[in-house]
Design a protein around this ligand. Structure first.
Ligand code: PHE
Length: 341
């Protein structure tokens, strides 16, 4: 029996496996339920009592040596990267592609609007979302007690009513006029905030792109032509526009622009409420008071401004009828707007 144990000890010592699988095989052979060690333990039962101590120690020596060796070999092989050496690696398999996200439809439409006006020479101007009364209202010819301030339900700061969340990006136009000399040609994209109940047609946060063009001899005809160009680029060559008189404190005259319904081609459907027309923006000639408030000589210069809601344009372009979808970030909705840009 001692001889057998010594033989196994030698085997343990000389064991040089190449892969983890071999180590496991070896473990089963020596330490497994039907392994060599168990056979020895069976034999041990028949050993004479006076020899038990010596034999017992020898058996323990074998068990410890085998376990230590197996653990050490396992660790060594796993760390050296040979753990998978049994697994065939197929070098011709294609790599796993990373899933690429897509742009949000609001960003797509916003970028497209910027792009279209970019072709007419407009550059992007930026400004803060947290504004003061001057840039959102007063500089834009909203008289202090004028009811037009109620047209846009404003979020005011509780601590300081002079501080508010901008209700339109016209505030950027004011900042531009204050800091630049004409000719000015800017588009002002950004988030705006109005205290409105959230529904399919309204939200308290939405996006606008407004525009401003100031130079000598700018006329209403220039405004109309620019908007027509925009409508055709955005909605297709067949798009037509019409202008209806409107009111904004900062423009005079002012107009609301409708584009022919691109879903029914102007014949009338339930999206355009059977009128054939869809409202897309407000616009007008910049009121001389507004030019003067920002230090621009209204005798020398004139200009026009326009402003539109990005969600609204996106709704009309993609036929999405519920505005809330743009804010819920449901990937099933967003994935439909695959894009590379
Ligand atoms: N600022 C207006 C709004 O938010 C839009 C507008 C811009 C109208 C410029 C006319 C001229 O409703």
């Amino acid at each position: 029996m001692i001889e057998k144990i010594n033989k196994l000890l030698k085997q343990v010592e000389e064991f040089r496996p190449k892969a983890v699988a071999e180590v496991e095989e070896f473990r089963v052979k020596i330490l497994g339920r039907k392994g060599e060690l168990n056979d020895i333990l069976e034999e041990f039962k028949t050993v004479a009592p006076e020899l038990k101590r010596e034999f017992g120690q020898k058996i323990n020596q074998l068990k410890t040596a085998a376990m230590n060796k197996i653990n050490a070999l396992r660790e060594e092989l796993e760390n050296s990267g040979n753990a998978d050496s049994e697994v065939q690696i197929d070098m011709s398999r294609p790599g796993s592609a990373d899933e690429i996200g897509s742009r949000h439809p609001i960003s797509l439409v916003k970028n497209e609007i910027i792009d279209i006006f970019g072709r007419l020479g407009y550059v992007v101007a930026d400004g803060p979302e947290i504004e003061d009364d001057w840039h959102v209202f007063s500089a834009l010819n909203f008289a202090l007690e004028h009811p037009a301030r109620d047209m846009q339900d404003t979020f005011f700061s509780e601590k300081n009513p002079d501080i508010l969340l901008r209700t339109h990006t016209s505030s950027i136009q004011v900042r531009t006029m204050e800091s630049q000399k004409p000719p000015i040609r800017v588009v002002c994209p950004g988030r705006v905030f109005r205290n409105e109940a959230i529904s399919a047609r309204a939200h308290c946060i939405f996006h606008q792109v407004e525009g401003l063009y100031i130079d000598e001899n700018v006329s209403f005809a220039d405004l109309k032509q620019s908007i027509l160009y925009f409508a055709k680029e955005m909605f297709g060559e067949k798009a037509r526009i019409r202008m209806r008189p409107s009111y904004f404190p900062f423009t005079e005259p002012s107009a609301e622009v409708d584009v022919s319904c691109n879903l029914c081609g102007g014949k009338g459907c339930n999206v355009c409420k059977h009128t054939g027309w869809l409202e897309i923006m407000g616009c007008g000639m910049v009121d001389p008071n507004v030019l003067e408030a920002s230090g621009i000589d209204s005798k020398k210069y004139s200009g026009f401004a326009f402003g539109m809601g990005v969600e609204r344009i996106a709704m009309l372009k993609y036929g999405v009828k519920d505005l809330r979808l743009y804010f819920e970030n449901d990937v099933r909705f967003l994935q439909q707007f695959d894009s590379v840009i």
